[in-house]
Design a protein around this ligand. Structure first.
Ligand code: S3P
Length: 173
């Protein structure tokens, strides 16, 4: 069961694990509003994630993430939050995510992520040489942070978006 039945649901996981897609489906299923922290940051900054990384650097982006979480963590109930893949990595963010709601880790295999994101140009951290190797390394580095934050872990590689959404709904309701 979720931490607080009827409370917020927070989706975490690596880039390309399906947080945004599952978020859309789950918010529809639960009749909850959907919030995507990357989109909130873009709206607040008035530019895309790619531009924030290019013009201000990753550290500035990470500060924006934490500031946003601090603001959101006080809010109660009935939203689905999809957060950036790197959010749980910062120590200060993990308690904030857990305060925000029931945290669900969408876990995928590196190969699944690579196949989904090989043509992607919107993730600054995966551009450049050898994205396959980068994905494997970053996922291994982040696994502990994801596991520490999660109330529920779902292996999503062989599940449809509907199946993932069903399982989360069953857990939190
Ligand atoms: C990042 C993931 C991205 C976005 C930024 C950094 C990361 O979000 O926040 O590019 O460090 O994994 P998605 O997981 O929604 O792609």
């Amino acid at each position: 069961m979720g931490k607080e039945p009827g409370g917020n649901v927070v989706l975490i996981g690596f880039m390309g694990s399906g947080k945004s897609t599952v978020g859309i489906r789950l918010s529809y299923q639960l009749r909850y509003a959907l919030e995507d922290t990357d989109k909130l940051i873009e709206a607040r900054a008035g530019k895309s994630i790619r531009e924030i990384f290019a013009q201000e650097g990753e550290e500035a982006f990470r500060q924006m993430e934490t500031q946003l979480l601090e603001m959101l963590a006080g809010r109660k109930g009935q939203r689905v939050y999809s957060v950036g893949g790197g959010t749980p990595v910062r120590d200060v963010n993990r308690p904030l995510l857990r305060k925000l709601g029931t945290v669900v880790y969408l876990r995928a295999r590196p190969e699944t992520i690579y196949e989904r994101l090989r043509e992607d140009t919107t993730r600054p951290l995966l551009q450049g040489e050898n994205p396959r190797e980068k994905i494997g390394r970053m996922m291994a580095e982040r696994e502990k942070a994801y596991m520490e934050t999660a109330d529920l872990v779902l292996d999503v590689d062989d599940l449809t978006v509907e199946q993932v959404s069903e399982r989360i709904a069953g857990f939190v309701m």
